[in-house]
Design a protein around this ligand. Structure first.
Ligand SMILES: *Cc1c(COP(=O)(O)O)cnc(C)c1O
Length: 383
């Protein structure tokens, strides 16, 4: 990165390495053998990280992560089939919006902003609604930073004989997941989160048998993952123009992921970032929205100072002037902001952002410490 670029303490796009950026300095033809080999290589690497080499296939999809989520839901869920959606934030709600748009029926368990969906309530909903075929859950709900208990939910799905679909957009690559062991029918993620690539495509890791049985089901021409998979198998090429530079950057990013020690190495660095950040912020008088048990090593939500002088825009600008970009809150109940731990961030940047925030609080006259959060009620809704 250059001296004048701020560090992005955001959940993606995020700060990438210089070598990832340099991988984009060449042009590739979308039909070219070298480019096709790159696509095959990243898909193979992703399958290995997911533990799905014997059971699953990896299919990339152009666009942001949401395009890949919509493609996956539209491709593998038959039109009349009912889904249970576990919601506790904006990304779970987005899954509901996608299913509504696609005209796929679903039931939602909505836990509000900061409670995790638990195995027992999923089991109860599946017993009461035997017509449900699949459950969709967000792995790390990036809107609060909560880490949802996917092992517990996967076990309930396994026992009930339901397929599990995971939006692991902001977790895959840093949190261990084994799609064959969980088991998980489909896992969706994208290039610009924990693998530290640049934005431009997402991908789904789908049970081979499930995808093979999904022909003709998709509502969309361009988002049909079955057709994308067939075309890739036949030609080695993406069905429509691929984001060539993004794929080249991603291959470099995956090599760097492996060199850092794969998922375990990345998890260790992100956890260290998170622990250092939370400790430093608490020392300044900030409160995390969540108790420690549910804090993810991806992004942390802090409650905003309870000061008439606090205005997120001014807070953001003053921190940015010191070289760091933070993220606004995405909660319905509490005024908050978020700080990400992912991307090319190390002790030095974490310490520097805490020092910057301390200075900004002084400069803007913000009152610390911040008071503790209020509770929000749970609710169950049906659509
Ligand atoms: C980033 C993210 C997405 C996808 O968002 P896009 O803006 O479409 O890339 C989906 N789910 C979760 C949990 C995310 O963090």
């Amino acid at each position: 990165m250059t001296d004048q670029d701020p560090y992005l303490l955001t959940p993606g796009p995020l700060t990438t390495s210089t070598t990832v950026k340099q991988a984009m300095l060449r042009d590739w033809g979308s039909w070219d053998g070298n480019f096709n080999a790159m696509t095959a290589d990243i898909c193979q690497r992703l399958l290995a990280v997911a533990g799905g080499e014997d059971s699953h296939v990896c299919v990339p999809m152009q666009g942001s992560g949401t395009f890949a989520v919509e493609a996956t839901l539209g491709t593998v869920i038959p039109p009349g089939s009912r889904t249970l959606v576990l919601m506790n934030g904006a990304y779970g709600q987005r899954i509901g919006k996608i299913l509504t748009t696609l005209g796929r029926p679903f039931l939602a368990i909505d836990k509000g902003d900061y409670h995790p969906p638990r195995g027992d309530e999923v089991a109860a909903a599946l017993t009461e609604n035997p017509d449900i075929d699949q459950v969709v859950v967000v792995h790390c709900e990036t809107s609060s930073g909560i880490l949802n208990p996917i092992d517990e939910i996967a076990e309930v799905c396994r026992q009930a004989g339901k397929r599990l679909i995971i939006d692991s957009m902001s977790a895959f690559g840093a949190l261990p997941v084994n799609v064959a062991e969980l088991p998980c029918a489909a896992l969706v993620s994208s290039a610009n989160k924990c693998f530290e690539g640049v934005p431009g495509f997402g991908f789904a890791i789908i049970e081979r048998d499930l995808l093979a049985a999904s022909a003709g089901q998709c509502h969309s021409l361009s988002l049909d993952l079955y057709e994308q998979w067939q075309y890739l198998q036949k030609t080695g090429q993406w069905r429509y123009t691929p984001p060539t530079h993004v794929v080249a950057a991603f291959q470099q990013a995956m090599k760097e992921h492996q060199a850092e020690g794969g998922v375990a190495g990345r998890l260790a660095r992100y956890t260290r970032n998170r622990d250092r950040l939370v400790a430093g912020m608490r020392e300044l008088g900030f409160q995390t929205l969540l108790v420690d048990q549910w804090l993810s090593p991806i992004i942390t939500t802090f409650l905003s100072p309870d000061s008439p002088a606090f205005e997120f825009g001014r807070f953001y600008d003053a921190i940015k002037a010191r070289g760091f970009v933070i993220y606004p809150g995405k909660l319905t109940v509490a005024d908050s902001f978020r700080i990400g731990c992912i991307g090319q961030l190390h002790d030095e940047q974490i310490d520097a952002v805490i020092a910057a925030i301390a200075e900004v609080c002084q400069e803007l006259g913000l009152t610390l410490p911040v008071p503790a959060p209020a509770e929000a009620p749970d609710n169950l809704q049906s659509a």
